[in-house]
Design a protein around this ligand. Sequence first.
Ligand code: 2NL
Length: 357
Amino acid sequence: MSDLLAALDSLRERLKEIPQADERRLQELKTELLGRKAGALTQILKALPDLGPDERKRVGGAANALKQELERAIAAREANLKQGATNLSGIDLTMPARHQWHGGLHLVTQVVDEICDIFRELGFTRLTGPEAETERYNFYALNFPKDHPALDAQDSFYLGGDVVLRTHTSPVQIRTLETYPPPIRIVVPGRCYRRDPFDASHSPVFEQIEGFAVDEGISFVDFKATLATWARRFFSPQTKVRFRPSYFPFTEPSAEMDVQCQICGGSGCATCKQTGWMEILGSGMVHPAVLENVDVDSEKYTGYAWGMGPERIAMLRHGIPDIRLFFDSDVRFLEQFIGSQEPGVGIQTPGSRLPTP
Ligand code: 2NL
């Protein structure tokens, strides 16, 4: 008889578990203690009819009292859990969210897009072409002499025979001259390859943008005005430019264009090597021999062309000291330049272009 009272005492101990139980545990406890068939308390109540009257009274009273206590405790815990689920208690709403990864276009890609977008506004179509080229398209059509050092395997990547990884995007202009009659106005971005040492200012793989305009009556004035307009939109409206004489086999006359240093404003600093100027591109009037090489009448048509290095321009604009940073894929470097990917609303630097009027 004291067996059943002792069993009730140990069941009473289980009461303590109820306020701590989660929803699942509470369900388990309910079944374990009060289940219709195998519940521990139910077993005791079922045994009552076999007991003598005195014992039945004592055990029955205690068992029913415990049953009520358990039912009340379980109901209270159920209400408590239900309320918790609706007002989010137990969830820390101040906890920082998990880091959200933001992808972005590479800085060089952003600069290429920005440059091409400005030339689009000035009437130039963006165009690309193959990276493996023949010597004819990469060199000879462009008026390179047969003994030019760039034609040596020391300087260019030959894939075999006369096939070479293009050293500039000019072959695309030659292909365009072969395919379409003037007027032609295009900008050609793309990867180029040269056997250069991989150091702070050189990379054997680099991006180039060339521009090219051929029509009747194009003069050096058109060329200077177009490039100066681009520079003022890309850098800032007050930016001064200057042209210095230069030499390329495919242009005559040839010129380098400088812009006022974007870091010091022209007073002299480390980025411009104390000159106050930054060299931005090489250019010139298309050599008549280049036009004649693709059967375009150089008496009727003239044109201008230029080539620029987007990595170099990005470095000058942001004061980046080493071109290899663009190829390391170190996100700590790259994520500093995540823009909105929208031209004109992306990274804002003193040099960012203004919206077109
Ligand atoms: C530079 C110099 C230049 C050109 C590229 C060109 C193309 C044809 C005909 C004539 Cl098809 N010219 N392109 C002209 C002058 C300079 O690039 O320093 N690039 C980074």
